[in-house]
Design a protein around this ligand. Structure first.
Ligand SMILES: Cc1cc2nc3c(=O)[nH]c(=O)nc-3n(C[C@H](O)[C@H](O)[C@H](O)COP(=O)(O)OP(=O)(O)OC[C@H]3O[C@@H](n4cnc5c(N)ncnc54)[C@H](O)[C@@H]3O)c2cc1C
Length: 421
């Protein structure tokens, strides 16, 4: 009997076990999932909670409801991994041996890593929306907020869903307009990047959308601290950005046990082969989803495409064959832009987001890099698809590899793509 241990039962971990359990012989393979939580969160839904569009109950479900029969669930935090002995040490000291290990413990916002962020203004005038608690507290704050200077801020890349802070500021513009108070709100977007996004064509489009909405942008801003007394962000080059209300995306880091186990980079993300997710140091260890140090966006969509590749490869391993499937970095993201519209971007390691149609050339029905109602309906419909098809491991009608069909390649002015997403 061989044992596959999957650490983390979020988007990647849950999808992996749902895909593998029916295929792996139950007499030959035991699958164990370890997670510190009991609830699975649909994190893209956090974006809509501050604006009263989703209730927490829409986006939180029990983890075990989504695990297939024949998979053992161990509810525990991971203390460390000893890859030399093929053992996971759980909180409390219990040891769990493995033949193969998948690290899928995601990325966590870490406000504690920026001086002053967790100061006396935390959850008074300093908020985040990358946790359910943060998004819920912000919803309450916005309900009674009377206006002023709202600063939306990214601490450092990489963050999960790098377009989410842009979506937040677009939705804020729309929300304050609906409430008849847009003229009492100054919106400022503060980013460590040199533009609205990392990839040139999309950065141009998204930057234009900020201008259209009179949202000012402060690029190249590397935060050093939050000054709680003056209510200002302070950068290393001593720029100060005052706020009445700050919505920040704190530094995103991988799990602490990865550092304790000596398996991660400086942000606790696990270096792996970008096409197969196998560790270069330990050939029976894989990292997938946000936990992996990969040069593509940390997004549920890329985790989903990566899982498709990984599970095909894992079945080859189980049959004693070579892995032949390769991940191309495929990611796509809806960018909610307010007023019932959204944009869609689709890219991979080598090709930046380009205009065109998706998933089918000519007919679409979705349009790339254009704000449309259909894209918005796609974004809103995705929640249903997530709970009912994606994490249950069903095949979705989209290609795992990025396709050039339908893309307008005349706009691909550069192949020299930034990889900080
Ligand atoms: C505000 C927001 C909006 C987003 N919008 C989009 C979007 O529109 N489209 C998109 O594609 N993606 C979006 N994402 C990103 C998407 O949610 C993540 O990329 C995706 O969930 C990654 O899946 P994962 O399995 O790698 O990690 P996760 O789904 O985060 O799962 C990690 C799991 O590991 C567990 N865990 C962590 N540490 C430990 C430990 N020490 N011991 C045991 N268990 C542990 C956690 O409890 C969790 O269950 C968004 C994210 C946020 C925050």
């Amino acid at each position: 009997m061989k044992r596959l241990v999957v650490l983390g039962s979020g988007t990647a971990g849950t999808t992996i076990v749902n895909k593998l359990r029916p295929k792996l012989d139950p007499q030959g393979w035991e699958i164990v999932v370890v997670d510190a939580a009991t609830e699975h969160h649909y994190q893209p839904g956090y974006l809509f909670v501050p604006f009263g569009r989703y209730d927490p109950s829409d986006i939180v479900k029990p983890i075990e409801k989504y695990l297939p029969k024949g998979v053992a669930f161990r509810r525990s935090a991971v203390e460390s991994v000893d890859p030399g002995r093929n053992v996971v040490v759980l909180d409390g000291g219990d040891e769990l041996g493995y033949d193969y290990l998948v690290i899928a413990t995601g990325a966590t916002p870490r406000p504690d890593q920026t001086p002053g962020m967790l100061g006396e203004e935390w959850r008074r005038s300093v908020f985040d929306f990358y946790t359910l608690e943060g998004a819920t507290a912000l919803a309450e704050k916005l309900e009674s907020w009377e206006g002023g200077r709202l600063v939306v801020h990214i601490t450092e890349m990489p963050i999960k869903c790098p377009v989410a802070p842009l979506e937040f500021v677009f939705l804020a513009d729309s929300y304050f307009k609906e409430r008849g108070m847009r003229d009492r709100v100054e919106l400022v977007y503060v980013t460590p990047l040199d533009g609205a996004f990392t990839k040139p064509v999309a950065a141009g489009r998204l930057g234009g959308m900020l201008d259209d909405r009179q949202i000012s942008m402060e690029p190249d801003f590397y935060i050093e601290r939050v000054n709680n007394e003056t209510k200002a962000l302070v950068s290393y080059d001593e720029r100060e950005i005052p706020f009445d209300l700050l919505v920040t995306v704190p530094l995103n880091m991988g799990a602490e046990f990865i550092a304790r186990s000596g398996m991660g980079n400086e942000l606790n993300f696990v270096p792996v082969d970008k096409e197969t997710f196998v560790s270069p140091k330990w050939p029976n260890v894989f990292a997938i989803g946000d936990a992996a140090d990969l040069p593509t966006s940390k997004a549920g969509s890329s985790a989903h495409f990566a899982v498709e590749v990984f599970t095909e490869n894992f079945m080859q391993i189980a049959r004693g064959e070579e892995m032949t499937h390769r991940f191309d970095g495929h990611t796509n993201c809806f960018v909610e832009s307010g007023d019932g519209k959204a944009m869609l971007i689709d890219f991979n390691y080598d090709v930046q987001p380009l205009p065109g149609k998706y998933p089918y050339p000519v007919v679409g029905p979705m349009k790339l890099l254009e704000e449309t109602t259909i894209n918005h309906l796609g974004k809103m419909g995705f929640k249903w698809l997530y709970w009912n098809a994606l994490i249950p491991g069903r095949k979705l009608p989209v290609s795992t590899r990025m396709s050039m069909a339908g893309k307008d390649t005349t706009k691909d002015t550069t192949k020299d793509i930034e990889v900080k997403v």
